[in-house]
Structure formats: structure tokens, C-alpha cells
Design a protein around this ligand. Structure first.
Ligand code: NOJ
Length: 562
């Protein structure tokens, strides 16, 4: 039952992408000491848990999501001592830390892979997924990689191909091999024994592949196509995750969240209901794929409030009784939420606060991505060379080769590129936004003079102050955490409205998604009740009337007690 009380349901989680967070030593790259320096800021914001994107040893083909040593720290980020200091300093402040677990694949520079590629009878050979080519010598199947091209790389030494669903420097681990699984569980326990508070698990629903790795249907006769139906939520996924729970997790009071592209609500319930003993929650992708066409993420299409609402409501209802939702609108892979779902120009503050209200009042555990709390926005660099993300750069090269214009590709990158979220955190209005005294590894968003943490912290009307209030409300009010969820005004084209209820208390949430001023009315059953304003992103003159007009991007929440 999702009513079971758990600390991770009552928490707000803050994601740190260390490379872009705060640089303490002037090399232009964020680091662990830089994070420790900012713990008081995070405490001031009020969050409970930090999710650290990977800080492990890595050649950085995919900014740390390619790990060459799971038990060591990336050189640019510091040392294990720095990491221990960070954990202790966080715990001293009552902040928990969860680590990223990237075990669908490792780096090709991991010692296991160095062995594995040496010979077909090497003891590590079966740690990875090797196959001979087809008769004509081509790749073992027609799957594409998430980062363009084939999902297979030919390796001269043994004359076979290895599978890499991401870059060729990220070979997939072979979860069919029980020794690999035990290695992963040992490593997880090693970190848990150091005192961490849980894991965010990278593409964890990719680890079980359909045996035989068949070709995917290819009606258009493309060179490579998505093979996702053969590895998303594969045949042994529940078995593996339950085993992980038994072997690594069950003796620790920790939380887990599994990143799961392609997961639907029914399957998400199976992963997260208590009886399954698998995961606490998952990151699903449906709501962040609504503005993608059939061609995938770079195939832009407009997003309607109706689609977004229908989707979020579907997830709220599906996981209301069993299971648990994670609530997010951006992260290190997604565009900035105020640019994508709000208005990052004229109504920057209003829309950022409205979106935060929408998310934080829903049922589930909210995630804040660094800089979101003061409204960081997407970025537009003119020169493709200013982009650093492997997905973006590979896509650009591939599509240019196919003849797509630079202008068209930049348009797509401005909307969807991952570097939108990866520009340095804008701490203040000094040089490089206070992120580094050196040359930042990726350029700072030029809007840092106006949009920065220092300005926001000192302003009681800032987005930051509003997030503080939202987090505080969750900590104080059980209806926000455990209340039921029901949609209101289901047909309204401009307003996303819903209610939460628990033990005779009701929260009515109204979020205006546009610049217009729609009228709404409190449902008849609550019109006689005493209502108090719970939170709003405007100074409101009249909070008594049952009929009211919402200002552009207004969010208003009423609390009613019987
Ligand atoms: C999902 C991560 O969030 C993303 O940043 C990464 O590129 C892929 N998984 C591969 O690890």
C-alpha cells in the first residue's frame, strides 16, 4: 500500500550533476569539494536527499556514465577522501546522499573489459555481450545505439562484435552471467557499508535482453533501427531486480529509484509495489516524450496541456494505491523545465513557480534538478563546437552527413539538447557566474547576470523562496505526501487543476498554463467550507470568492478542513 509511511516518500530530492555544479579548484570542472561548499545552500533550500550523478573513475566519454572503476573517484572530481568528507558533512546537516548506479554498461576502459576483449576464453569474456558477425560479416543484428550508428562495435583482436546500447565506449554488461551480478551486488554493498542512503539506477530496465538478440522489424529498410522491444523490461528483469534486493539492498534502510525508459504505468506498479521487493520508485519518460514525434526525440512537435495532463493523471491514478511515483520535469538529460513547459521570457518567475506547484503538490517524491530552484533556462550556442554532449554531437554529425541543414539541427538542439541542462550552475553575477575561477568546461548561460542563486536567495519573492515554501509544506502536511489524487476541470484547455484528500482535509490545486486569464470555480461541495490559501505565486487580493480569474501562469492552492 502506498499509504505505508516511508522517509523517502516525505523527502524532496535534489539532483547534482557534479561536472556543472561548483568548481573549488579552478580547473573549470565542478568537483566534490565544490559540492561540500554548497551544502549549507542546499540545507537552506530545505531538501532532504542529494542524488549525485556519477562521480566514479571515468574517461568521460559520456560525462561519467561510462565507469572504469566503480570503487574509485573521477580524477577531476577529487579523491575518495573528498567524497567521504562530503558524505559526513551532508549527514551532519541531516542530508542524505544517494549514488548513481550505472551497471547496464561499464566503460571500455574498465579492467573487466580490458580482459574481456583479450581472448574468447578469457575468464572475463562473458562479462560482456560478444557475438560473431552475420555471414556477410555485418553486425550481429540491426539495433541502433542511443547515441547514433550501430549498437555493435567490431573488435579486431578476437574478430567479434560487442554490444553497446550507448556509445562504443560503453559496452553492455552481460547480466545473464551470475558472476557479473554478484560483482555488482558486492560493489553495491561496498558503497552501502560506507553509509550511503540509496541508489538511482541508470537505465536499469535494460539489463535483461531477449535471448538470441533478434533483428528488430525494419519495414522502412533503414540501416539500423531501435531494438528496444528486445531489451526494455526484458524477460528476466523482475528476477534480477528482486535478486538485487535480496543480495544487496534488503538489510539497509535506503531508497532506490530506477531510471526506466519505455516503462508504462502497469509495469511501474510491478516494479514499485512493496510485495515485489524490487524498487521504491522509477523514473518514467512518457511525459517528457510527449513533444517528440514518431522519429524520436529530435522530431519536434508541440505539446498540448491536454496531453500532458492526461499523461500525468494516468500515472497519478495508476500508482495511487500500490507503487509510488517519482515527480520530475527535468534532469541532466532533459531541457530546462521553465523553457520547455513554461515561459522563460516575460513570465519566467510566474511560470517557474507554477510548474513547481503543479509538481510538488502531486503524489510522489519530487526531484529538483540543480539550478531549477532559481529558474535556470535553456541555452543557445551558435557554434556546434560549443556543445559537449556526445548524443548531440553524434546526432549532428550523422544528420549533417544525411544533408540536414545546420540551421535545422541547431533548432532541434536548442529545444532538446542535453547541454541545455548542463551549463554551469549560476551562483552569482560575477565572472563565469561564480562557478569557476578558471575556464568552464562548457560555457555559462549568458543570462547569469539576471538569473542566479545569490539574487534569488536574498529575494523573498524569488523562485528560490517559493521552492523553500513548497518543500516546507510537504514536510508539514501529510495530505501533500499521502493524500489521494483526483483531477478537476478535466476539459479545461488552460488550467491544470486537481485535488488531494486525506483525513477530512482537501487541497485544491489550480495551475494556469498560459498567459490568458481563465475563470474557474471552486467545486460546489466545497463552496460553503472555510478555505484558506495554502500557497500562491501571486499576491492575491481576494482569496474568499468561489469564482475567480487566474492571472497568467498563476498557481493557487486552497486548503479546506472539515
Ligand atoms: C541515462 C543517463 O541519465 C544518461 O545521461 C546516460 O547518457 C545514459 N543513461 C547512459 O548511461
Amino acid at each position: 500500500m502506498s499509504q505505508t509511511k516511508q522517509w523517502w516518500k516525505e523527502s524532496v530530492i535534489y539532483q547534482i550533476y557534479p561536472r556543472s555544479f561548483n568548481d573549488s579548484n579552478g580547473d573549470g570542472i565542478g568537483d566534490l569539494k565544490g559540492i561540500t561548499e554548497k551544502l549549507d545552500y542546499l540545507k537552506q533550500l530545505g531538501i532532504d536527499v542529494i542524488w549525485l550523478s556519477p562521480v566514479y573513475k571515468s574517461p568521460n566519454d559520456d560525462n561519467g556514465y561510462d565507469i572504469s572503476d566503480y570503487k574509485d573517484i573521477m580524477d577531476e572530481f577529487g579523491t575518495m577522501e573528498d567524497w567521504e568528507e562530503l558524505l559526513e558533512a551532508a549527514h551532519n546537516r541531516g542530508l542524505k546522499i544517494i549514488m548513481d548506479l550505472v551497471v547496464n554498461h561499464s566503460s571500455d576502459e574498465h579492467a573487466w573489459f580490458a580482459e574481456s576483449r583479450k581472448s574468447k576464453d578469457n575468464p572475463y569474456r562473458d562479462y560482456y555481450i560478444w557475438r560473431p558477425g552475420k555471414e556477410d560479416g555485418s553486425e550481429p543484428n540491426n539495433w541502433d545505439s542511443a547515441f547514433s550508428g550501430s549498437a555493435w562495435e567490431y573488435d579486431e583482436t578476437t574478430g567479434e562484435y560487442y554490444l553497446h546500447l550507448f556509445s562504443k565506449k560503453q559496452p553492455d554488461l552481460n547480466w545473464e552471467n551470475p558472476t557479473v551480478r554478484q560483482e555488482v551486488y558486492d560493489m553495491m554493498r561496498w558503497w552501502l557499508d560506507k553509509g550511503i542512503d540509496g541508489f538511482r539506477m541508470d537505465v536499469i530496465n535494460f539489463i535483461s535482453k531477449v535471448p538470441g538478440l533478434p533483428d528488430a522489424p525494419n519495414p522502412e529498410g533503414k540501416k539500423y533501427v531501435s531494438g528496444s522491444q528486445y531489451f526494455m523490461n526484458g524477460p528476466r528483469i523482475h528476477e534480477f531486480l528482486h535478486e538485487m534486493h535480496e543480495e544487496a539492498l534488503k538489510d539497509y534502510d535506503v531508497m532506490t529509484v530506477g531510471e526506466m525508459p519505455g516503462v508504462g504505468p502497469d509495469e511501474a506498479v510491478n516494479y514499485t509495489k512493496e510485495e515485489s521487493e524490487e524498487l521504491n520508485m522509477v523514473f518514467q519518460f512518457e511525459h517528457v516524450d510527449l513533444d517528440s514525434g514518431p522519429g524520436g526525440k529530435w522530431d519536434l512537435r508541440p505539446l498540448s496541456l491536454k496531453d500532458l495532463r492526461d499523461n500525468l493523471v494516468k500515472w497519478q491514478k495508476a500508482l495511487e494505491q500500490d507503487g509510488w511515483n517519482s515527480l520530475y520535469m527535468n534532469n541532466h538529460d532533459q531541457p530546462r523545465m521553465v523553457s520547455r513547459f513554461g515561459n522563460d521570457g516575460k513570465f519566467h518567475k510566474e511560470s517557474a513557480k507554477m510548474l513547481a506547484t503543479l509538481l510538488h503538490m502531486m503524489k510522489g517524491t519530487p526531484y529538483i534538478y540543480q539550478g531549477e530552484e532559481f529558474g535556470m533556462t535553456n541555452v543557445q550556442f551558435e557554434d556546434i563546437n560549443d556543445y559537449k554532449d556526445i548524443e548531440t554531437l553524434n546526432m549532428y554529425r550523422e544528420k549533417r552527413d544525411e544533408g540536414v541543414s545546420h540551421e535545422e539541427l541547431m533548432k532541434r538542439i536548442y529545444v532538446k539538447g542535453r547541454d541545455n541542462a548542463r551549463t554551469p550552475v549560476q551562483w552569482d553575477d560575477s565572472k563565469n557566474a561564480g562557478f569557476t575561477t578558471g575556464k568552464p568546461w562548457i560555457q555559462v548561460n549568458p543570462n547569469y547576470k539576471e538569473i542566479n542563486a545569490a539574487a534569488a536567495v536574498n529575494d523573498e519573492n524569488s523562485i528560490f523562496s517559493y521552492y523553500q515554501k513548497l518543500i516546507e509544506l510537504r514536510h508539514q502536511n501529510e495530505t501533500v505526501v499521502y493524500g489521494s489524487f483526483d483531477i478537476m476541470l478535466n476539459d479545461n484547455e488552460e488550467v491544470f487543476a486537481y485535488k488531494r484528500e486525506l483525513n477530512g482535509e482537501t487541497l485544491l490545486v489550480y495551475c494556469n498554463f498560459y498567459e490568458d486569464s481563465p475563470q474557474v470555480e471552486i467545486p460546489a461541495e466545497y463552496q460553503q467550507a472555510n478555505k484558506e490559501l495554502f500557497i500562491s505565486n501571486y499576491e492575491l487580493e481576494d482569496t474568499e470568492s468561489n469564482k475567480f480569474t487566474l492571472k497568467p501562469y498563476e498557481a493557487r492552492v486552497y486548503r479546506i478542513r472539515k
